[in-house]
Design a protein around this ligand. Structure first.
Ligand code: NAG
Ligand code: NAG
Ligand code: NAG
Length: 296
């Protein structure tokens, strides 16, 4: 009887351990995976999203120490991104949206425009760094989930947003309007249209506060004297900063999404089309994804 119980116990332990994705380390209710490759903060977060989680969030000193020790083994002494980010320029949070209830900033760390958290391997303190610098990183996922939900976009670079049943791509490469739209078209979409405040917030969240201006698919049609979305959808949501475009539409017919630095709210503003900017693409969920759903 005792033996049976003991075996049962081992079996249970085994199952829990086995739920961590390959090459990740179980710790408490979480699995961590270190990535030696150096990438920008948004790219690190995107890799973690495909891993089934987010950049690691740290909620106590034990976990902080644990991660520091593990990093020594995996990262060859390199400092690394954790999920700490200054959300919409206003308040520090974690990319997994958990409460920012613990921090370990290096004493005297400067309050700069650097908006992402880096774990210092030498002393375990965190410092702030510009999101487009290249660093190693650590991802985290819950080991209680058996597997990440399948991405209906069928492409790891695209984010799924259920309320619009659409897929979104964040391009950190900068292009002018024509080239950006052509890139979106080549992926089966268009520069992104916006139809609600929630959708704008979603875009700001997947873009993880990196850029000031992200190009959208809104442009002024000089012939019709109206604003149009390149994907042909209706212009039912245009959150201009002060209810109207800030410059003459005829000369500044292109539009970007901005973040209000005071309250973190999204707004749009118009500008020239030849400026090279990062941008969002948007496309419907690929049909084959629904076919896959039906087969299940
Ligand atoms: C991590 O990358 C560095 C070079 O950036 C390399 O020297 C080291 O061997 C790598 N470590 C592991 C564990 O892959
Ligand atoms: C983040 O957390 C807040 C409060 O806990 C919740 O209202 C919000 O929906 C969460 N957002 C996401 C994207 O999970
Ligand atoms: C964008 O750049 C391409 C060349 O890369 C050029 O052919 C095109 O006219 C430009 N479009 C705008 C709107 O400036």
């Amino acid at each position: 009887m005792f033996l049976f119980k003991a075996l049962n116990f081992l079996f249970v332990i085994n199952v829990v351990v086995a739920t961590c994705p390959e090459e990740s380390i179980p710790w408490g209710t979480q699995c961590y995976k270190f990535y030696n490759k150096s990438v920008t903060f948004p790219e690190a977060e995107r890799t973690c999203y495909n891993f089934g989680g987010h950049l690691a969030s740290i909620h106590d000193g034990f976990t902080n120490t644990f991660l520091g020790e593990q990093a020594q083994k995996f990262l060859n002494g390199k400092d690394f991104w954790i999920g700490a980010v200054q959300f919409r320029d206003v308040v520090w949070g974690w990319t997994d949206n958990s409460t920012f209830d613990y921090s370990n900033w290096r004493p005297g760390v400067k309050e700069e425009h650097d908006d992402c958290g880096v774990f210092r391997i030498n002393d375990g303190y965190w410092i702030k760094d510009f999101s487009l610098n290249y660093r190693s990183f650590v991802c985290q996922t819950s080991n209680l989930e058996t597997s990440p939900p399948p991405n209906p976009c069928l492409d790891k670079d695209w984010y799924f947003y259920e309320p619009t049943n659409s897929c979104y791509l964040v391009s950190t490469e900068e292009y002018n309007l024509t080239d950006a739209e052509n890139i979106c078209i080549s992926h089966g979409g268009h520069l992104a249209s916006l139809h609600s405040h929630q959708e704008a917030i979603f875009l700001m969240d997947i873009e993880t506060v990196v850029y000031w201006a992200m190009r959208l698919g809104l442009h002024f049609d000089n012939q019709d004297q109206t604003w149009k979305w390149l994907d042909g959808t209706s212009t039912d949501y245009m959150p201009w900063y002060s209810n109207t475009p800030s410059k003459p539409p005829a000369n500044y017919p292109c539009v970007s999404l901005f973040e209000n630095e005071d309250n973190g709210e999204p707004y749009i503003d118009n500008g020239p089309c030849d400026v090279e900017q990062p941008f969002f693409c948007k496309k419907p969920v690929p049909a084959s994804s629904w076919q896959l759903e039906l087969i299940k």
